[in-house]
Design a protein around this ligand. Structure first.
Ligand code: PLP
Length: 366
């Protein structure tokens, strides 16, 4: 029996009638762009995050891009971020016309290491974009301290962190503004591309609202130049149908993570650790092994859908060569990219399926 990395079909089957009626409702209304469905999801997701404003957009990448643009970041500006993330984090900075500046990660928690941020600040630095990688919030208190001292905006890349908490507050409310992704495999996933910007700042919220819809407030008057990056009603209705399940799904992810911790504790593997004072939502359960590639091949050969997030750090990606970084610049990100291995973990996974993953790992001989 094969075990996938995530099982979106199993999730659909568990909530099929809710999803089907949401889709039918939108199709019968024929109100496909923005409108009531989007508004009510935005309200529900803002409330879920404990934030004032949520603006639905077309993807997580668009969310980060529009957040940067709303914050006034553009050509000539530098934005400090992590080299150990999905490429879209840096692409959003590039899309805004700014320059990504990387700072190495914390070796245990994978997000940007606050102790290394200050030495990367230059007169051009305008913002910090921490990534809550794998669903573990970045260490936000020191990041916000640095930002306040240097007058920088903090934009959370919360694409993997729906419902993650840092000292009792949820991702999306920890910085000045945040971008979420609802890519299908994310903890809250649409049935296509979708994303959202979340903030407590009314001016930033209003600017994102205009930017996502061709710079307009009313139908025919375009105050600023913007984009066609709206959330559509079908995705909003699907997300609204799924949102009430997110807490239970997150709790199941956390329970499965605890089970992996126990069942793998005696093996020569480095297991993920939750930073004290945080609630990690285990978008990814990443173990580490010096024999990662052999272990990955072994698991895949047995039908276990293990993967790697991410095998090439951004500073070594061909597309970002123009930034001028070299191997050795960010040793922790480079080491992580060679050692991390993502195990199957999704809310619908049974204990028996998880036991099979564990047994397959136990059969591995390096
Ligand atoms: C998924 C993801 C994004 C981009 O989201 P899309 O919805 O795919 O555009 C950005 N940053 C991180 C860390 C992600 O995991």
């Amino acid at each position: 029996m094969a075990i996938p990395l995530v099982d979106l079909k199993a999730q659909y089957r568990s909530i099929q009638s809710d999803i089907d009626s949401a889709i039918r409702r939108v199709v019968e209304n024929t109100s496909f762009i923005l409108g009531k469905e989007v508004q009510s999801f935005e309200q529900a997701f803002a409330q879920y995050c404990g934030a004032q404003y949520c603006i639905g957009v077309s993807s997580g990448t668009a969310a980060l891009h529009l957040a940067l643009r709303a914050a006034g970041i553009g050509p000539g500006d530098e934005v400090i971020t992590s080299p150990f993330t999905f490429v879209a984090t840096a692409e959003a900075i590039w899309m805004a016309g700014a320059r990504p500046v990387f700072v190495d990660i914390h070796p245990r928690y994978y997000a940007i290491n606050p102790e290394l941020i200050e030495r990367a600040i230059t007169p051009r630095t305008r913002a910090i974009m921490p990534v809550h990688l794998y669903g573990q919030p970045a260490d936000m208190d020191p990041i916000m301290d640095i930002a306040r001292r240097h007058n920088l905006i903090v934009i959370e890349d919360a694409a993997q962190a729906h419902g993650a908490e840092y000292r009792g507050r949820r991702a999306g409310t920890l910085g000045d503004i945040a971008g979420f992704s609802f890519y299908p495999g994310k903890n809250l996933g649409a049935y296509g591309d979708a994303g959202a910007v979340v903030t407590n700042n009314p001016e930033l919220a209003e600017r994102v609202r205009m930017l996502r819809d061709h710079g307009r407030r009313s139908k025919y008057e375009h105050e600023i130049l913007g984009y066609g990056e709206r959330l559509d009603a079908l995705q909003a209705a699907i997300l609204a149908a799924k949102l009430p399940h997110l807490e239970a799904w997150t709790e199941r992810r956390r329970a499965l993570a605890q089970r992996y911790h126990q069942l793998l504790a005696d093996l020569p593997l480095e297991l993920p650790q939750e930073m004290p004072g945080t609630r990690m939502v285990y978008h990814i359960y990443a173990i580490r092994s010096p024999h990662r590639d052999a272990l990955l091949a072994h698991l895949n050969a047995q039908g276990i859908g293990a993967g790697v997030h991410y095998p090439i750090p951004l500073h070594l990606q061909p597309s970002l060569r123009y930034l001028g970084y070299r191997p050795g610049d960010f040793p922790e990100a480079e080491r992580a990219s060679q050692e991390v291995l993502s195990l199957p973990l999704y809310p619908e996974m049974s204990d028996e399926q998880q036991d099979m993953v564990v047994q397959a790992i136990r059969r591995f001989v390096p």
